[in-house]
Ligand binder design. Structure first.
Ligand SMILES: Nc1ncnc2c1ncn2[C@@H]1O[C@H](COP(=O)(O)OP(=O)(O)OP(=O)(O)O)[C@@H](O)[C@H]1O
Ligand SMILES: [Mg+2]
Length: 244
């Protein structure tokens, strides 16, 4: 039997206010299996982003998991210290955060920012770095990587920036990619490109993808499976298996 890569079990996330903990995400339970693309969908404010942040240990100060378990492979990641979380984010799970399009530094070239991400893993010789950057940018659909590398983010369209961000994510060679609303800020053409790319990355790298989106178009096109969330947690009746 195939074992899940990620298993969320009755996860509750609470926010501390005036010394009191108030649960804001209740009872989230789902599994992700290796190599699948799963969409996590649900109304705005139901806790999708908080869930994503909890998985990689990036909940904001005052916010924490107050119940349940998050197993990545066999380990309950909630037992990790900061070093453990950092290793998880560097080696295993990449999170493309919501509104990440604004996350690229506007005054530094794409090349500088991509090298910085790549170096998180291991310092590589210059020539090797250049080859890797070219191949990553090819992988995400750029015909002229040299031009992209020397560009500043503001010179690129939203769709191009999203693809650069995806290239940065895959440079870490993650097993699981969590993409939080990667298409929301894009027009229809770029949305299509990014979704096709996610499919390609799944195929080329055996990547498992958790795609957070309330965009039903992407859900239907891209997902092997859809998980529906609401304020109370996961909606069991909507825990569907789609054969595409
Ligand atoms: N740092 C915070 N402080 C206070 N409340 C927060 C914080 N982060 C999230 N919340 C609240 O928690 C709930 C869940 O937020 P979250 O961002 O996870 O929703 P979401 O499902 O990702 O929504 P969207 O689809 O709009 O991105 C919301 O009601 C939000 O207002
Ligand atoms: Mg969100």
């Amino acid at each position: 039997m195939v074992k899940p890569l990620l298993s969320m079990e009755h996860v509750e996330i609470s926010l501390e206010r005036d010394g009191k903990l108030r649960p804001i995400v209740h009872d989230v339970t789902f599994q992700l299996y290796p190599g699948e693309i799963v969409t996590l969908t649900g109304a705005s404010g139901c806790g999708k982003s908080l869930t994503a942040h909890a998985i990689v240990g990036l909940l904001e100060h005052g916010c924490r998991v107050t119940n349940g378990h998050i197993f990545y492979r066999k380990e309950n990641v909630l037992n990790y210290d900061e070093k453990g979380w950092q290793t998880l984010r560097r080696e295993e799970i990449a999170l493309l955060i919501q509104h990440s399009l604004n996350g690229l530094d506007p005054i530094r070239t794409v090349k500088k920012q991509m090298i910085e991400t790549l170096n998180q893993k291991k310092k590589l010789p210059r020539k090797e770095v250049k080859d890797i950057l070219y191949s990553l940018l090819h992988e995400v659909g750029f015909d002229d990587p040299g031009h992209i590398l020397s560009s500043y983010p503001f010179e690129l369209s939203g769709g191009m920036r999203q693809r650069v961000l995806l290239a940065m994510m895959i440079s870490l060679n993650p097993k699981l990619l969590i993409a939080d609303e990667p298409t929301t800020a894009l027009d229809a053409l770029n949305r299509e490109k990014v979704l096709t790319l996610l499919k390609k990355l799944q195929r080329d790298f055996g990547l498992t993808v958790l795609l957070i989106s309330h965009d039903h178009e992407s859900v239907n096109k891209c997902a092997d499976r859809i998980i529906q969330m609401d304020q109370g947690g996961i909606v069991p009746a909507c825990y569907l298996n789609y054969e595409m």
